[in-house]
Design a protein around this ligand. Sequence first.
Ligand SMILES: [Zn+2]
Ligand SMILES: [Zn+2]
Length: 243
Amino acid sequence: MKYPIDLHTHTIASGHAYTTLLENAKYASEIGLEVLGTTDHAPSMPGAPELWYFGNFKSLPRKIAGVTMLYGCESNIVDYEGDIDLPLEIQEKLDIMIASMHDPVMKPNKDPDINTRAYLNAMDNSNIQIIGHAGNPSFPIHEEALVKKAKEKNILIEINNSSFIRSRIGSEKTCIKLAKLCKENSVKIILNSDAHSCFHIGNFDAAIKVLKSIDMPEELIINTSKDKLFEFLNEKGKIIQDR
Ligand SMILES: [Zn+2]
Ligand SMILES: [Zn+2]
């Protein structure tokens, strides 16, 4: 499998996703995925699990059906100061944390200055490894500033497959601009499915099409190897023991 890593997936715990953690892991195993990140929505999203859900991942094994599991969260940027909706002691325990903006949590704002400020402030949080679906046209941004900060803070910019097929319609323009800037500035990106059922796990087809259109170098795509991903996570202070 060319891209054996998917770090943004949801389970029934999110309240609007439809398969369980075990079903997701088994599906991931069947399609040959090596690393699966399970990242349910943090508590501010309607229907999302409570904080306790994110504090008890020690109950789960590192590998399920041969797939290395990374236990994390898709946190919400909750204000334009860039605050997120998880206490620090939980953030620190997670394997991975995505930070995203969602319409039900933050009122969409058409002013790119304000949205960019929210992202840049959030990116000062060293527990965040991935900025989720920043191409969302509900929250326009200054792409150059976001990519510059991603390089400075060693944070991955996500190219979210769902943004091109199911949600956040109209994300292409910003995603292409972000990817181009990442290419020019050697900033790493991650492909994620944002699957809300197991059937979409590991599917990056629409995102790959977008990246092909700008001839994105493979070395800047973190999904190409587990070693590359784990090296990045080490740089972020996360040591994953998966053997
Ligand atoms: Zn999201
Ligand atoms: Zn998501």
